[in-house]
Ligand binder design. Structure first.
Ligand SMILES: Nc1ncnc2c1ncn2[C@@H]1O[C@H](COP(=O)(O)OP(=O)(O)OP(=O)(O)O)[C@@H](O)[C@H]1O
Length: 305
């Protein structure tokens, strides 16, 4: 168990009908992080989050929150944890405010928390409306207010921007980003959108078909995005043979030679060499591998994971 881990799982596994939907996942969420749990639909995100909250039982493996075992210290853990999993539950015939008051009593939270939660999710003006008349986005905000109500140390959010319009998404994103600094919270959120995780998260875990494929800081993931020089010549086969003799490793691709990451002096040297051998250099281009390319390689899926 690492010292500052708020969430740590070991070989966490959930099997349904013999299929590993979550497979030996070692998740580590450090204190004060915004951890983006990223993966395509059906990857196993919700199943993992539900195990963390004790809503379903792991088939195998173990998990600790705040360094404690959920089976032994359930009240201690749940008191410090707020969550929004799938659609929020509330009483439709009651107003937003009345719904929050119920949670307030359950959680034994002070009055001012209700006002503050309403303010942060910007529902003050709709607080006296029955929640059955709320739009999807308003319901989502209410769910978030419920999760925030006791200002927990750990906030677990499953697809928190679901159902929000672009302006709402921007607001919620800014809100989530401010939580560690303002309230000392640690946030674990799931998303199938790379762009969302990229904009909110400090740490990322990528899951696909139940397997955790990458876990690390957003920066360490970005560092994987390298540049590559590609070359188009009047005689690619000749250029390839020549460059091989010089210690390069060109790869033919779509009428171009890919040379990997080279510095300026190497590029200039290659150009000189080819010209000296009467091989016309048509194009020298630098291509960068984007985060999207990396996700694509990892998951074999397209743009919107
Ligand atoms: N109670 C269950 N019984 C059987 N299979 C289930 C059950 N719950 C989830 N699964 C399966 O486990 C897999 C992972 O589902 P999960 O909901 O964790 O995915 P997800 O990553 O949260 O995706 P989404 O973004 O679609 O919610 C899916 O194939 C799903 O059908």
């Amino acid at each position: 168990m690492s010292a500052s881990a708020i969430v740590q799982t070991q070989s966490l596994t959930k099997t349904y009908a013999g299929i590993h939907r979550v497979n030996k996942v070692d998740l580590v969420v450090g204190e004060g992080e915004i951890y983006g749990f990223l993966g395509p639909n059906g990857a196993g995100k919700t199943t993992t989050l539900k195990m963390l909250l004790g809503l379903i039982k792991p088939t195998e493996g173990s998990l600790r929150l705040f360094g404690q075992s959920l089976s032994k210290q359930r009240p201690f853990i749940l008191k410090r944890t707020g969550s929004l999993i799938e659609s929020p539950s509330y009483y439709g015939h009651l107003t937003g405010l009345e719904n929050l008051r119920i949670i307030q009593r359950l959680r034994n939270a002070p009055d001012r928390n209700v006002d503050e939660a309403l303010r942060i999710v910007r529902l003050e003006n709709q607080k006296d409306k029955k929640t059955e008349q709320y739009s999807l986005g308003m319901k989502q905000r209410l769910g978030l207010a419920m999760a925030l109500l006791s200002f927990p140390k750990l906030l677990i959010l499953d697809e928190p921007t679901n159902g929000l319009d672009p302006a709402g998404i921007g607001e919620i994103r800014e809100l989530i980003k401010s939580l560690p600094g303002r309230y000392g919270m640690t946030v674990l959120l799931s998303s199938h959108l790379l762009s969302e995780v990229e904009q909110i998260a400090t740490t990322v875990g990528i899951i696909n078909e139940g397997n955790l494929l990458f876990q690390g800081t957003m920066d360490s993931l970005r560092r994987k995005s390298s540049t590559s020089i590609t070359l188009k010549t009047g005689n690619n086969a000749g250029a390839e043979r020549l460059l091989l003799t010089q210690g390069y490793h060109p790869v033919q691709n779509n009428g171009r030679l890919e040379l990997g990451d080279l510095d300026d002096a190497q590029v200039a040297g290659i150009n000189r060499l080819l010209v000296a051998q009467d091989i016309p250099v048509i194009r020298i281009e630098e291509q960068s591998k984007s985060l999207e390319d990396i996700f694509l390689e990892l998951t074999g899926k397209g743009r919107s994971l």
